[in-house]
Every structure is written in C-alpha cells, then in structure tokens.
Design a protein around this ligand. Structure first.
Ligand SMILES: Nc1nc2c(ncn2[C@@H]2O[C@H](COP(=O)(O)OP(=O)(O)O)[C@@H](O)[C@H]2O)c(=O)[nH]1
Ligand SMILES: [Mg+2]
Length: 240
C-alpha cells in the first residue's frame, strides 16, 4: 500500500533531517509530506533541500505563516489523497513518535482497522521523560474526552495516527471547526461516529529532546471548548 507520512513543522531545524533519514530507511516504504508554516528557524529551506535530494519521496507544502496544526494536517491530507496514497500517517517532527512503530501501525491496518493510533495508553505503551504537569494534562484531556464524547480509544489526543484514505475521504475535512490540538479529538470523534474501526498499537512516547513544544495555554482552553461543543452536539443528536 502506498503510504505517505505527513510531518507538520514549525521550528524543527534540529529534528527534520534526521527524522526524514529514519523514515526513508524503514522496512515499510513511505513517502513524506512536510507541511511547514514559514518557520523562522529555516526548517522550510531544509525541507526543500531534502525534497531535492529525494525526488518523489519527500514533498513540501509551504504556508505563509503559523496557521495551526489542524489546518497543516488538512493541507497534507488533501495533497496525499490527490497523489493517490492509500495510507496516510501523521506524526510530530520531534521524535516523540518513534518511526520504528510505523510498520506495526501499517500491520494493524492490514488486520482490518481503518484508523490506527500510536498509543501511550494501551498495554506496552508509555510516556517517558514527560513533566508531571504535561502527564496530568494529557491524562485529564483523555479522561474528559472519553467520558463526554464516548470515545473508545485510550489515547484520544495522540498525533501519531495511520488513516486509510477512505476514512479521510468520508469526512468533510474543511468543515472541521477546530484547529490546533483539539483537531485531533474532533477528528477521532468524527471517525468513530462514521463507524470506522479504530485500533491502537503501543508506543513509548518520549519527550522531545530538541526544540520547544508549541502547545500553549490557549490551545488547552480551545481543546476544552472543543470537547464541550462536541458533547453538546452529541446530546442534541447532531452529527457535530
Ligand atoms: N505547520 C505547522 N506545524 C506545527 C504547528 N504547531 C505545531 N506544529 C508541529 O506539529 C508537531 C507537534 O507540535 P509539538 O510542539 O511537538 O507539540 P507537543 O508534542 O504537543 O508538545 C511538531 O512537529 C510541530 O513542529 C503549526 O502551527 N503549523
Ligand atoms: Mg511533540
């Protein structure tokens, strides 16, 4: 199956080149779509060089400025669908999502799953070297989303995912309201409501070694709002 890995980047100059090198040597052949938001640190130029060095394997979408993680994923999805990829993976550029788990995710799709999450919260999974506030935030966001939205997956905020293209084509991507991190919860909610089969494979999530996290207090508030908005829609029996 033709597979694309979408890597959104904002100031990831320390990470992108080694990540791309690891992805290109995986036992499962994957192509890469970098979505860079005009990173001030020059990540976009590194992405262009990698695309030149690996024609057809590395693609780059440049956007004018920091437009958010959700719309970065959507831009990547449109490109991957148009280019005919069967499987579309999303992952962070910062090595929190281990490339070596990608073959496990693809294998799980082969067992009949439509979306596979690289999950911290199934047996064998873990989050290491994360600060306590970050662990509590992740735990709280997951508990909240699972209870209010009835999500069955255990890691509902994970950005490490593998979608079958049909899943993405079944969802009106441009109507997804949330941007940023809450996009991940909204997307999972929509996928589950459509009846697609969601699976998880364990990963050991490691806190980033290089660069800084872009998660902000504002994103946390927006994620809270997203869950409450979807909960209300769920109660009223609306689709979203
Ligand atoms: N293109 C783009 N990438 C982003 C944006 N915000 C975050 N990213 C990237 O999305 C991924 C996840 O962000 P990260 O800072 O690692 O968040 P964290 O893992 O929650 O701390 C990283 O690869 C970031 O570089 C954005 O607004 N635009
Ligand atoms: Mg990260």
């Amino acid at each position: 199956m033709k597979t694309a890995v979408i890597v959104p980047t904002y100031n990831e100059k320390e990470n992108l080149e080694s990540l791309v090198a690891q992805l290109l040597t995986l036992p499962s052949a994957v192509d890469i779509i970098v979505v860079d938001d005009n990173s001030p640190d020059g990540t976009g130029a590194i992405a262009d060089r990698l695309a030149d060095e690996h024609p057809g394997r590395v693609h780059v979408i440049h956007r004018a400025g920091k437009l958010g993680l959700g719309t970065a994923y959507i831009a990547g999805f449109h490109k991957a669908i148009a280019a005919g990829y069967d499987l579309i993976i999303t992952m962070d550029a910062d090595f929190s999502h281990p490339p070596k788990n990608i073959p496990d995710m693809i294998a799980k799709i082969g067992q009949g799953y439509d979306l596979v999450i690289g999950s911290r919260y199934v047996p064998g999974g873990a989050a290491i070297e994360c600060t306590l506030p970050r662990k509590m935030l992740s735990w709280g966001a997951n508990a909240f989303a699972r209870v209010l939205l009835g999500l069955k997956a255990h890691d509902t905020t994970a950005g490490f995912r593998c979608y079958r293209r049909q899943v993405l084509q079944s969802i009106a991507l441009d109507q997804i309201f949330s941007n940023g991190y809450s996009f991940l919860i909204e997307m999972l909610y929509k996928v589950q409501r459509k009846g697609w089969k969601v699976g998880e494979v364990p990963i050991v999530f490691q806190n980033r070694r290089q660069g800084v996290s872009k998660i902000s207090r504002n994103e946390i508030v927006k994620a809270l709002y997203t869950v409450l908005r979807l909960f209300r829609a769920r109660l009223l029996g609306k689709t979203a």
